[in-house]
Design a protein around this ligand. Structure first.
Ligand code: FAD
Length: 412
């Protein structure tokens, strides 16, 4: 994309229109359903369908936002939907992680074939899953064990292993699976595969009961002799062979230039978007706390009249705005084709994720006893926020990436 896109903090008229439309859906459809789906701990299919009916859950809409030259389309979308409710919003946007996995590693033909199938259509909505994490390979992606072996005679890949923590895992129409093709090369020997709908051998393992984002389905995915056609290798066999040959050559020469692996390419592209989700949760909790502080009377005056409360609100708002600025900067850099030389994508996810945890905790404190109950939404927002220092790279791993990038030292 163009390197000369100006950095703008004002949304243009089209973006404002989309933001207001998203906000309306978040306020009128998502927010009123949030407590119910949190309790049910189930994928809110009717809400995904409602989003699909108005074009919000569709490849067209996300493609339009993804290719917005200002870079602000996706963060704006995430912030508004997650302001509504994080669990439901994750069910609506979770497919995007798998779609980005295909966009980051696939050929044009693969993008055209598989990404539309991930969304289905408004009368028959589908979701997709991106499966990288494993029981023994979370932060340490190089410990991945799921194997992909090429059966040349049949031009098929055979996948075996167990994936864990997969958002939409097992209920997805299309699964994107990262697997080891050359164990000698660590994370450089990984590749991503499409597992098409109803492929024998893929099954859902346990579904996790979670602390927060409970409307979003998280489960193990078991791959037992799963056979996929050769064209399901993202990027194609020629590109994989060339990449592996380069990696082997560098390994022989003792290291050298870093090669991006398949899972990392997906995470790099999605980190600012995940930061924007955290900004949405933080903003929602801050707004509830601000309203409450204005109306709750103790000692004969609204609690906001006390500096002890008002200053907390000032800090909350400052942190939220700072987080949004980091997210927008990284999103603009990505759209403008700038490389993250100081790990700006990781910075945005780190700061926004920690902000969501801090701000939702402060909001709960400002609501006192009410904040601790399920009568008020900040209790749920606080539980939802906790995931933002864990998934898509923990806060410690973001710090590791930033520290390594800015110092050039292979810090452990
Ligand atoms: C709700 C949910 C949804 C998810 N969705 C997906 C998904 O769709 N697809 C997918 O592939 N994965 C998904 N994940 C997995 C997620 O990305 C991992 O949980 C995350 O990367 C952390 O891995 P881990 O849980 O194994 O923790 P571990 O890697 O075991 O880490 C445990 C602790 O040790 C710390 N730690 C580890 N190594 C270091 C180090 N070198 N330096 C300092 N600290 C360190 C970590 O920061 C953490 O605090 C999801 C997880 C959850 C909980």
């Amino acid at each position: 994309m163009a390197d000369d896109s100006p950095f703008m903090l004002d949304l243009n008229d089209d973006q404002k229109e989309v933001r207001d439309w998203l906000h309306g859906f978040a306020a009128d459809v998502i927010r009123p359903a949030a407590a119910e789906w949190d309790e049910r701990e189930e994928t809110p299919w009717p809400l995904i369908q409602e989003a699909a009916k108005i074009g919000l859950y569709s490849l067209d809409f996300y493609a339009q936002q993804f290719f917005d030259p200002t870079g602000l389309g996706i963060p704006m979308t995430m912030e508004e939907l997650f302001w509504g409710d994080a669990g439901i919003a994750l069910s609506i946007v979770g497919t995007g992680l798998a779609a980005v996995g295909v966009l980051a590693n696939g050929t044009e033909e693969q993008v055209g074939t598989w990404v539309p199938q991930m969304y289905g259509d408004p009368d028959d909505v589908k979701v997709a899953a991106f499966c990288s994490s494993e029981p023994d390979a979370g932060s340490d992606v190089s410990a991945m064990r799921t194997r992909a072996v090429y059966d040349e005679a049949k031009d098929e890949w055979v996948l075996n292993g167990t994936k864990t923590w997969a958002t939409n895992g097992g209920i997805a129409h299309v699964h994107v699976v990262v697997a080891v093709v050359d164990p000698e090369l660590g994370s450089k020997g990984h590749a991503s595969f499409i597992v098409p709908p109803n492929t024998p051998g893929l099954s859902q393992g346990q579904k996790f009961k979670k602390h927060g984002i409970r409307a979003s389905h998280t489960a193990e995915v078991v791959l037992d002799g799963v056979r996929v056609p050769g064209h399901c290798l993202l990027g194609g066999k020629d590109r994989l062979d060339q990449r592996l040959a380069r990696a082997r050559e560098r390994a022989r020469q003792g290291g050298g230039e870093r090669i991006r692996n398949a899972a990392m390419a997906t995470f790099e592209a999605s980190r600012p978007a995940v930061g924007a989700q955290a900004v949405g949760i933080a903003r929602a909790a801050y707004e509830v706390a601000l309203d409450y502080a204005r109306t709750r009377v103790q000692f004969g005056r609204p609690i906001i009249d006390n500096q002890g409360v008002a200053f907390q609100l000032a800090d909350m708002r400052t942190r939220i705005d700072a987080a949004r600025l980091l997210v927008w900067r990284a999103s603009w850099m990505a759209a403008a084709g700038r490389s993250f030389d100081a790990a700006e994508g990781s910075m945005s996810k780190l700061f926004a994720g920690e902000t969501a945890k801090t701000v939702t905790a402060q909001a709960m404190q400002i609501l006192g006893g009410n904040g601790y109950t399920r009568e008020y939404p900040v209790e749920r927002m606080h539980r939802d926020a906790a995931i933002y220092s864990i998934f898509e790279g923990t806060s410690e791993i973001q710090r590791l990436v930033i520290a390594r990038t800015v110092s050039g030292v292979p810090i452990r």
